[in-house]
Design a protein around this ligand. Structure first.
Ligand SMILES: C[S@@+](CC[C@H](N)C(=O)[O-])C[C@H]1O[C@@H](n2cnc3c(N)ncnc32)[C@H](O)[C@@H]1O
Length: 233
């Protein structure tokens, strides 16, 4: 029996516990993910154990659509790596040949990751690779001249909440969506156990212009990670 398919917006759908994005580059997988045809369209599996955004779509207790950028919007992605998750965001925001005229600024500090990311960007117009340290706003500002609608930070660094606030204040529109994938193990400057580290980050965010909408526990999909879904006020 075919599973019931639920649209979560342009280019993304849910079938049971699986998410699929409409492949902007037909015939090509980015991380060996499954693909399937549906008439003229091709869909790519968005694995919830390999992407904190996909994991959050599965785990949220609120409307999953609130976590996603809208088609044609401008996004800032910190910690793009080789572009696994970025490619799915691109499917939803830009589409094939970027006919939706979306924009994704994809930042990574590693030249090794950047090499693969640049190759991905060649096939996916609308993604702009930036080799920079995301902790330094001054390294990003020459590339991002208008405020963005949606931000995701996925950096394995200390003081993740502080960077998240700094970058949101510099680049996010009012009412923009700000997502922080927080890795507890990286919070080396924070005292105590994992719970304390998450609590410290929460306190820092609460004291900023970001309003926490939901804290999503990713246990079982991404170890020692939670995702803060916030709105910029
Ligand atoms: C966990 S991986 C990101 C995975 C990716 N978001 C995905 O879902 O496909 C973290 C990435 O952050 C990058 N990174 C670490 N520190 C950084 C910094 N200060 N500025 C920019 N990128 C950084 C690393 O090079 C690495 O590629």
């Amino acid at each position: 029996m075919r599973r019931k398919s639920l649209s979560l917006g342009w280019g993304i759908r849910r079938e049971g516990r699986n998410f699929w994005t409409r492949n902007a580059v037909k015939g090509v997988s980015v991380r060996k993910e499954k693909r399937k045809r549906d008439g003229r369209n091709e869909w790519r599996h968005w694995n919830s154990t390999k992407s904190k955004i996909s994991a959050s779509l599965l785990r949220t207790k609120k409307d999953p659509r609130d976590l996603l950028p809208e088609v044609g919007q401008t996004c800032l992605y910190l910690g793009a790596s080789v572009g696994g998750t970025v490619s799915h965001i691109h499917d939803c925001v830009c589409g094939s040949g970027n006919h939706h005229r979306g924009k994704i600024f994809a930042v990574d500090i590693s030249p090794r990751m950047m090499r693969d990311l640049v190759q991905l960007c060649d096939k996916r117009p609308g993604i702009f690779p930036i080799l920079a340290d995301a902790r330094n706003v001054s390294e990003l500002s020459p590339f991002i001249q208008k405020k963005v609608d949606w931000l995701h930070q996925d950096l394995s660094i200390a003081d993740q909440a502080k960077t998240f606030i700094k970058v949101s204040e510099a680049f996010l529109k009012r009412d923009g969506v700000a997502l922080l994938s927080l890795k507890g193990a990286s919070e080396r400057n924070s005292e105590g156990d994992m719970k304390n580290r998450f609590q410290n980050a929460k306190t820092i965010i609460e004291d900023s212009r970001l309003k926490i909408i939901e804290i999503i526990d990713l246990k079982g999909l991404e170890q020692q990670h939670i995702l803060f879904n916030c709105k910029f006020r």
